[in-house]
Design a protein around this ligand. Structure first.
Ligand code: ADP
Ligand code: MG
Length: 702
């Protein structure tokens, strides 16, 4: 589960008009759209494309590059028989050629394609290019006649996030109708401000983003929407600062002897950064004001123990503590860690795990235990701050990784009679100046050092020819008692006809690996569509050392901690963002042993090796993130970075760092002159900000 911060625009007087009022959107489409949380005209306009595709010119077969989307005009040399392949699928193979070479076209479960082409005929096929040895192929490409294709050629297609039963063209059509009827009022950013910032007018920004004439137009539109998102976020923080800052300490504590005892008994010495963070936290909790603190530290810097120390102090002072994680997998891991520590070191914790997938009957008991004070440490996903949870005396809330505890949620808790101390843990690598803007209302403790004895992870980027050595290396590490992660990419469908091979990848890969390596190795797999309880079982087995190799999608990207794992191998690493690869390799080298990251790439070109090569050169998360941007593919304007604390819908704190600073400067200067936004020229802005605060500055489950 991810939490997403979303921004909206009230600029639209018909924002809330239901999608069913749009011509061409029937009840069935509306039902599918609602699965994507799209229910109104406004929602549709804010369903932004994931990327853009250009229908480029035709290529020759000999010019095709692995993994690109390309179109070729070819002659059908042979239409193969329809064969049954595994998983009860059918496979049709076409042999095709042009004057530069030949290639194979494969259609799974589309037997009718055999009739749609004629041996000796010429057609255009557009799809993703695959290469294996000498063989060039496309799987499920789209077929066009020359006329059809020349009509499309040179155009841009917006690619939207989809759900089962909904096609890209259905979404495109609905969005363009929504754009037609969207009733924008006057822009709340003055002409002067827009001119100064070089931003598009709001209405045209939406048009540019959904229906750009060129990539640069799309990027102009995106820039305006990013600015708005960050601007209102910062404005809201600034305006509500007094709600957060310097509030009376309603959960006063003393520094408990349990904490000192615990730190002494830990099997390791706290790093300087960890000690300082603990000191800051204890000073806050024993001070005059409620704590609102951020602990920032790169992956592996040991933030969990810091949060446990804070929780221990709260519990020892007779309060309840809550630890909130972004995923169930991570929540269970924390729960296990706490259970073990509690047992080994006889800590006064009475922990309970509360996540969305806990059975309703068990939940009832958990709720009553929380209300009666039977349990004093509640670990879970954001299920633990939902309305039906009533705490007896909540003194501290810790949120770990990836999302902020929203201002609004703090207000909600306060309204329930709880004004706990707040501690936020983050691995998002941002410089202090940026953190001050984004976490404006929080005090910051930065952990800059790594635990002693940590060895930097050895990273290599290699091609297919290295595979036998990689396999041998993996076997050797397992021989030594270590464990291995192998990550397969989650390939998103580029359009409705491209099958989503996520499941197949991980599952088939595991099967193949079992065949290659034999019975001797314990291999399991993990992917996002498994039941939470199954995921959890696999991970705890892995954590206990009962699995040698875990084949997984990126579900393990955030926070998973198994110090005995020493190899992180990533297949098709060219498909991942650099920051994501950095997070992934952070899963190994978390103990005393040397960690290794093997990034396999099938794409053999200079740009790819240069891009991935950065990972071999630096371990600095911020530098890696910044580099990620520069090397981003054309058309990938949206949603490249899914992880990080600031799941803005459009804005990217790295790509838009300059805009963020400007948004912050503008927010300051406007509020300085007109604190309550009561001047007539700020009326529109005030409305918009209220709308933002009411409807959007909240966290929503996706
Ligand atoms: P992150 O900051 O990424 O959340 P964790 O808190 O999961 O990192 O810590 C990573 C690993 O480092 C854990 O196995 C933890 O027990 C260990 N660890 C934490 N602090 C220290 C320390 N001071 N010395 C040695 N190991 C430590
Ligand atoms: Mg962590």
């Amino acid at each position: 589960m991810n939490l997403l911060l979303i921004c909206g625009n009230k600029m639209l007087s018909n924002y809330n008009t239901p999608v069913t009022n749009i011509k061409g959107v029937g009840p069935k489409t509306a039902e599918h759209l609602s699965k994507l949380d799209i229910n109104s005209v406004g929602d549709l306009l804010e369903h932004f494309p994931r990327s853009y595709l250009a229908y480029g010119g035709l290529k020759k077969i000999s010019e095709l590059v692995y993994d690109e989307m390309a179109a070729v005009r070819v002659r059908i040399d042979n239409v193969g028989n329809i064969r049954r392949v595994k998983n009860n699928m059918t496979l049709l193979t076409l042999e095709v050629s042009d004057d530069s070479g030949s290639m194979i076209i494969k259609y799974f479960n589309m037997p009718f394609m055999a009739k749609a082409v004629r041996k000796g005929g010429y057609y255009i096929f557009r799809g993703r290019v695959l290469k294996s040895g000498k063989e060039i192929s496309m799987v499920q490409p789209k077929k066009y006649s020359s006329d059809e294709y020349s009509e499309l050629s040179g155009k841009f297609q917006s690619i939207y996030p989809l759900t089962k039963g909904l096609s890209n063209s259905q979404v495109s059509k609905a969005v363009s109708k929504a754009l037609e009827i969207a009733d924008f009022t006057e822009d709340y950013l003055s002409d002067e401000m827009r001119k100064d910032l070089g931003l598009s007018e709001i209405k045209s920004a939406y048009r540019k983003v959904h229906d750009p004439g060129s990539l640069s137009e799309a990027s102009e539109g995106r820039r305006r929407l990013s600015f708005d998102e960050m601007f209102f976020f910062v404005m809201y923080l600034r305006k509500n600062r007094e709600l957060i800052k310097d509030r009376e300490n309603t959960c006063p504590m003393v520094e408990s002897a349990e904490v000192t005892r615990f730190i002494e008994r830990l099997p390791f010495k706290l790093t300087k950064g960890q000690s300082k963070a603990c000191k800051d936290i204890l000073a806050d909790m024993t001070g005059n004001h409620l704590m609102n603190r951020l602990v920032q530290g790169d992956v592996g810097s040991g933030k969990t123990i810091v949060s446990i120390i804070a929780l221990l102090n709260a519990v020892s002072n007779g309060y309840q503590g809550a630890l909130m994680a972004p995923t169930e997998v991570l929540a269970s891991q924390h729960y296990r860690t706490v259970m073990e520590l509690t047992k080994d070191l006889k800590l006064p914790f009475k922990p309970v795990l509360l996540t969305g997938s806990v059975k309703a009957s068990d939940k009832k008991k958990i709720y009553s235990d929380i209300e009666s004070g039977e349990v004093n440490l509640i670990i879970g996903t954001h299920a633990l701050i939902q309305d039906n949870v009533v705490y007896r005396n909540l003194g501290l809330v810790v949120t770990d990784e990836q999302h902020r505890f929203g201002v609004r949620q703090r207000e909600n808790l306060a309204a329930k009679g709880n004004s706990p101390h707040i501690l936020v843990m983050s691995a998002t690598p941002i410089p202090r100046t940026m953190a001050i803007v984004l976490y404006g209302d929080l005090s910051i403790s930065a952990i800059k050092d790594m635990p002693e004895g940590r060895k930097p992870i050895k990273t290599c980027v290699v091609g297919e020819s290295y595979r036998p050595s990689a396999v041998k290396f993996i076997k050797d590490e397992i021989e030594k008692g270590h464990q291995v992660y192998i990550i397969c990419p989650t390939v998103e469908a580029d359009d409705e006809d491209e099958a989503d091979p996520e499941l197949k990848n991980v599952v088939e890969y595991t099967e193949r690996l079992r065949d290659t390596l034999g019975e001797k190795y314990r291999i399991s797999f993990l992917h996002g569509r498994m039941k939470p309880s199954d995921k959890d079982n696999i991970l705890s087995e892995y954590a206990r050392g009962n699995i040698d190799i875990l084949v997984s999608t990126t579900v393990i990207e955030v926070g998973v901690n198994v110090p005995n794992a020493t190899i992180m191998m990533v297949e098709n690493s060219e498909r991942f963002g650099l920051s994501q690869l950095h997070q992934l390799r952070g899963r190994v080298g978390r103990g005393q042993d040397q960690g290794y990251a093997i990034f396999m790439t099938a794409k053999d070109d200079e740009k790819t090796s240069e891009r991935l090569g950065i990972l071999g050169k630096t371990n600095d998360g911020f530098e890696i993130s910044s580099h990620d941007l520069k090397t981003r593919g054309p058309g990938e304007l949206f949603g490249v970075r899914q992880s990080g604390d600031f799941a803005f819908r459009v804005a990217d704190i790295f790509a838009d760092a300059d805009l963020l600073q400007k948004a912050s400067d503008y927010a300051d200067s406007i509020l300085e002159k007109d604190r309550h936004l009561s001047a007539p020229e700020n009326k529109l802005l005030k409305n918009e900000l209220e709308f933002f605060g009411r409807n959007y500055l909240d966290f929503r489950t996706i």
